[in-house]
Design a protein around this ligand. Structure first.
Ligand code: CA
Length: 262
């Protein structure tokens, strides 16, 4: 696939009301036998999803696929348009209900298939409507915003280590190397209380939104991610280059990315 390092001026490409350009991709990486990630990239609806499943006996794949299917169904264009027209509170209620429905669907599937009983998945939901982004997540998959060349995380990982930071027990710096940094504090299908984070943010032309699983950000620094996205001429190119870079850096896990150029 084409690389476009020579075209940084694309950062400032004007958008003329044709909506976002978006692409999504997923790669097994270099070390894993299965790909347990899933994603959905529907630019027409403005709906973008990422899920990172976990659990033995191929259960992780079931969990992430079930999450994406359920969210896809629950967040139909008609429902999304109606909720967004009614305001941010209605959008939050709809997205939260959709995440709870995905949680219930995974729990039910685990009850019917005992070999899947411990499965779960992260999820990031991004809905882009005009100049507004509605974002919700559970787990440690992430959303980033790239604006004027700077990268900023829009999500805060739901890990036990981050809970310790919130409680004042450890510092953010200590959390980066803490033994519980990869232990999730909430997950879809995890039989625990769900408290999805929700955010409503303004976006503007030129912004680039990135959703990704930990297979990307564990392999690349935020600065490396920003450089690749900033110098990509299109979302397809960004997705391809990010996956290739994470693979080159070791590809220890499945790598899944959705890129949206506003
Ligand atoms: Ca992963």
């Amino acid at each position: 696939m084409m690389m476009g390092w020579e075209e940084p001026e694309e950062l400032f490409v004007p958008t003329g009301g044709t909506g976002p350009r978006a692409a999504g991709g997923s790669d097994i990486g270099s070390r894993r036998a299965d790909n347990e990630d899933a994603q959905l990239c529907d630019a027409a609806r403005g709906l973008f999803l990422i899920a990172d499943g976990m659990g033995g006996h191929a259960a992780g794949e079931q969990a992430s696929a079930l999450a994406v299917q359920t969210l896809d169904t629950e967040l139909s264009a008609v429902r999304l348009d109606a909720a967004i027209a009614a305001g941010a509170d209605a959008a939050r209620a709809l997205v939260t209900e959709a995440l709870l429905a995905a949680d219930a669907a995974i729990t039910r599937a685990g009850e019917h298939h005992p070999e899947w009983k411990d499965m779960g998945t992260t999820a990031v939901v991004a809905c882009l409507a005009g100049d507004a982004l509605y974002l919700a997540h559970v787990g440690d998959s992430r959303a980033y915003l790239l604006r004027d060349g700077e990268i900023r995380a829009l999500t805060r990982d739901h890990t036990v280590a981050m809970t310790l930071v919130d409680d004042g027990d450890i510092t953010l710096e200590e959390a980066r190397t803490h033994p519980l940094r990869n232990r999730l504090s909430q997950v879809l299908g995890g039989h625990g209380a769900l408290h999805p984070d929700f955010a409503h943010l303004p976006v503007r032309p030129g912004d680039r939104i990135l959703l990704c699983t930990d297979g990307l950000y564990d392999m690349l620094t935020d600065e490396e991610i920003a450089e690749i996205v900033n110098f990509s001429a299109s979302p397809d190119e960004a997705v391809y280059a990010l996956i290739a870079a994470a693979d080159d850096a070791g590809g220890r896990d499945n790598i899944t990315v959705v890129a949206v150029f506003v």
